[in-house]
Ligand binder design. Structure first.
Ligand SMILES: [Zn+2]
Length: 424
């Protein structure tokens, strides 16, 4: 008798489970958003930034920004098919660009004009089921770029100017197929002179900020680029897409310290002269300063499309509490040395130089070993990316990535609100 009751209720239970599981399965598939993409052939020599990449795939993407954005905001799982594998992502929108972002340029008479920036959306997130992963994705019409850092072997997705069927060809590769090594005496920047007295004063005032401020600070950046940079990507829209994406990826390193870069303007330059890193940053500081003022930006960065005429890959003003030190210039093309301007290399140079603007120091970068790699945080003075060494786009934090004397995160947290008040 008793047994029978159990059996009956078990049947009921099984029935309920079946009822429950049917809609659950439907909900599961409805909750996936598959990004439409098609594999295509591309030649390595057709893309300059593949110099240091051993193997890659090529694809075109069919992306409708509004549809993709709705899928993210409905908490759908975004699925990309990368190098033969389904990669499932949980994303949230990061709003790196303002809703009404403009481009400062000139008309044919040489007068300054503002034009609308392209529709670009940015996201951060995680690979489903991997809380240690880091994801930064940027999309626009039929464009998708970004970094999916998972299993110690990040995926990089980048756009090229080459087209097929009216769509831009993208390249997809993994960290293990990238190799470069700039340890042969190359520093990736030369710090500008610092007034140590004013720096010391800043320290006195910033201690209070450390104690009281943990809110997310939005630092306004004015991204600028020259015609050579535009030519790498073939169009202004693609150049601007690429910049938004690199900034979104750099923000992964700043997120942990409650800071993020955002922007409301781009500034286009025509062809700029060639020069050393120092010459270019000297020109840029002078020239861009009034634009930084009128756009209400805290920092200004030049994405430079030529090889600096020295070994410099980037220069960022060292923070001293004054908006005089609000500038950086970045080499965004492969050099005559081993720098290949791959996606990770460019993001490291950007994050590193912004780090200098935010008071991060070389001597507080952190190194740790996780076999088979020795890792460095992003303020490492050398950019290394080979079979045994990796630079990660994170800052030392005094904890997981550091100790008491290796804590660039604390410097960022101490100065971020001062930098975010550089705008006038
Ligand atoms: Zn540096």
């Amino acid at each position: 008798m008793r047994k029978q009751i159990i059996q009956t209720s078990s049947l009921v239970l099984i029935g309920l489970l079946l009822l429950a599981s049917v809609p659950a399965i439907n909900a599961q598939s409805e909750n996936n958003y598959y990004v439409s993409m098609e594999n295509v052939d591309a030649k390595q020599e057709s893309v300059d930034s593949l110099k240091n990449v051993k193997s890659f795939n090529s694809a075109t993407f069919t992306i409708k920004p509004t549809e993709f954005n709705n899928a993210v905001n409905e908490n759908k799982i975004i699925i990309l098919q990368l190098m033969g594998e389904d990669v499932a992502l949980n994303l949230h929108e990061t709003h790196v660009m303002g809703d009404d972002t403009k481009v400062i340029t000139t008309d044919e008479k040489g007068n300054m004009v503002l034009v609308d920036a392209p529709d670009i959306r940015t996201y951060h997130g995680k690979v489903v089921g991997d809380e240690d992963s880091q994801v930064a994705i940027t999309i626009s019409n039929n464009l998708l770029a970004g970094m999916i850092d998972v299993d110690d072997n990040a995926y990089y997705i980048d756009v090229t100017k080459n087209e097929i069927g009216g769509k831009n060809i993208h390249i997809v590769y993994r960290a293990k197929s990238v190799e470069f090594d700039l340890t042969d005496g190359l520093l990736n920047d030369t710090d500008e002179g610092v007034d140590y007295d004013s720096r010391f004063e800043y320290y006195e005032t910033s201690d209070n900020l450390v104690l009281t401020s943990r809110a997310m600070t939005s630092i306004k950046i004015l991204p600028c680029y020259d015609r050579h940079f535009k030519n790498i990507y073939g169009s202004y829209a693609l150049a601007e897409f690429e910049i938004a994406d690199m900034i979104n990826t750099a923000n992964l390193g700043l997120d942990d310290h409650d800071a993020s870069l955002t922007f409301d303007y781009y500034k286009r330059y025509s062809y700029l002269d060639s020069g050393t890193g120092q010459e270019i940053i000297n020109f840029f500081k002078n020239d861009i300063s009034p634009y930084r003022d009128i756009t209400g930006s805290d920092l200004a960065t030049l994405f430079y499309g030529q090889d600096f005429e020295d070994t410099v890959l980037g220069m960022g003003s060292t923070y001293n509490g004054s908006s005089v030190q609000a500038y950086s210039v970045l080499q965004m093309v492969a050099g005559t040395g081993s720098y290949g301007a791959t996606y990770p290399e460019r993001c490291i140079v950007l994050t590193h130089e912004i780090g200098h603007n935010l008071d991060s120091r070389h001597n507080e970068h952190y190194e740790w070993i996780a076999t088979p790699y020795t890792y460095y945080t992003v303020m490492s003075p050398s950019v290394i990316y080979n079979s045994t060494h990796r630079v990660r786009t994170v800052f030392s934090d005094g904890d997981v990535y550091g100790d008491a004397t290796h804590n660039n995160g604390a410097h960022i947290e101490a100065c971020k609100d001062i930098v975010a008040a550089f705008r006038t």
